[in-house]
Design a protein around this ligand. Sequence first.
Ligand code: URA
Length: 210
Amino acid sequence: MTPTVHVIGHPLVQHKLTLMRKKQTSTKSFRALLEEISMLLAYEVTRDLPLCTEDIETPLAPMKAPVIAGKKIVIVSILRAGNGILDGMLHILPSARVGHIGLYRDPKTLQAVEYYYKVPEDLHERDVMLVDPMLATGNSAVAAVTRLKKSKPKSIRFACLLAAPEGIETLRAHHPDVHVFTAAVDERLNDHGYILPGLGDAGDRLFGTR
Ligand code: URA
């Protein structure tokens, strides 16, 4: 495995992921679990954010207290399944700025096609956390990172639930500077670009569309 991939082996993450994989898990439970697991992912992805100190006063004494340095992080969701992760992460990063990238996979070529892009204007002053539950072929992730880099953000991290080795390799080949945070690396892709064993179509399971 490449050194830029961080597998989050925390027991809570692994347990919740197993519940999400089960085919009998309801839309309601899947949605709640994605929200919970995303909070835990955000905790790991932000582990190395730099701190600075601020002068504050407690009820008893003044002190220099640590706060996260710099401008607020930007969470960028790859529509539509990325919104499930976004909702969870916003619980522990409530002041984060938010961007959206709309990409769909051409079912024949499996290439990413962009249909929407809206991010904060001052991206060049911010760190980005790009989120999508599934890093499958890697084509959407590559397209999203390529697009974001035009705005020159300070850094880009990619957070997902599941990654396929093929997707990791594609993203690494195009953007070796992007660290990937995932709950698991699965076996491989099937002929339709789905992750095996995976959890099925994350968007359909999240929104109950199939
Ligand atoms: N997108 C999904 O939702 N699931 C996969 O397995 C691959 C891509």
